[in-house]
Design a protein around this ligand. Sequence first.
Ligand SMILES: Nc1ncnc2c1ncn2[C@@H]1O[C@H](COP(=O)(O)OP(=O)(O)OP(=O)(O)O)[C@@H](O)[C@H]1O
Ligand SMILES: [Mg+2]
Length: 404
Amino acid sequence: MKKRYIDPFTPDLPIDSPDRFSGRKNEIDSAVDSLFQLLNNNPRHTIITGDRGIGKSSVLTQVKNIAEGNMELLKRLQINAGVDRFDFICAWHDCSKDQTPAILASGILRQLESKFKNIYKNLKIELNVGGILKIGQQDSSVATISEIVEQFCESLSTISSKTSENRKSGVILFFDELDRVKPDSGVATFFKLAAEKLSRDNIKNIAFFAGGISGAIQKLEEEHASIYRTFKDVPLPRLEKPEVNEILETGFNQVGCSYTTQVVENVFNLSAGYPEPVHLLGSQLLKSDDDDHLDEQDFENAKIEVVETLRRNRLASSLKAAGSGKYQEILRAMASYEGTNIPLSYITKETGYEQNQYSTNMGNLIKRGIILQVDRGVYCFVDPLLKEYIKRFGIITTQDQENE
Ligand SMILES: Nc1ncnc2c1ncn2[C@@H]1O[C@H](COP(=O)(O)OP(=O)(O)OP(=O)(O)O)[C@@H](O)[C@H]1O
Ligand SMILES: [Mg+2]
């Protein structure tokens, strides 16, 4: 039997340790530039956007490490920060579905308060957290949001002076999962007004760093004040093969396993450049193996285990959520295509429908989070494993088809 080992893959957790973080040189460089600008009193609020599971929280976590003075990742990526080391005070808030601007504002202020208490035992700062929550109970009108922003920025002004007195680089407020907040809560307006107010009040050592799924952020943008005018956007693309290779190599080396290049190729193709399935498959590959050498057979076993057991329920429910009838036919056609990115012409040919007969269905599949439009007339699965699932188990038999 194989010796017990610590699983080096973490499909369900953002990457915290810099030495397990792969690729993303340009995006980290862009984020570090925001830190450098802020250090020099030129705040650049920044948002990391991308598909579900693409690695947004991992990038934000790395930015926080760097901002707090851990420059290890920058050394490895050979990125010059422009200073020896940053010394920002960071606070982090994970947004969730029913949160309003008042909850966001008070939540992050509470974090800041306890951060200050930790760093400076004797320093007392009084922030108006309760007051903000109270105003927030009223409604989500612009007037209410302005009032919240007023109070929020007043507290930030206190924080700002304490930060400079203590010779810190500045303050960074992280808001992850911004996409979860409902657009009609006024969150986009909140950030816009807060950014403007900070600038008017000459508070130049505080900036926001956010993360959110692209589609949902675009929705915030449509329904409210321009998010992209407030935030500098750093979009995360899918991983390239060398990055996938790096993730696998780091993991496999850690437990002393060798592997064939075909294994990397296979994982890359199946994961479609998303890091989450790479971790899932990596973890399963190690479990399937019994001779410390990973080959194609181990890959086949790992793939079957992931699609048929580990993710089976989740994949089955996304397939169901896609809709019945034509929706399933479209997905069957897409799953039968060889590559990751599937042209409309192929779907037309396979389903026998004219494009205008199923364009609404395509729109709905996007809205339901099942497929993505990669380019004009080119689509892919949001979860690349769903494609594999359909190939193995087929689609859901639909009412219409049963009657036929
Ligand atoms: N640069 C990276 N190097 C190695 N692994 C990564 C990297 N980025 C992300 N991962 C892995 O991919 C998975 C998803 O990452 P993460 O949670 O950061 O994505 P996300 O975009 O925040 O997801 P969600 O949309 O669910 O919030 C995790 O297993 C994480 O460990
Ligand atoms: Mg995340």
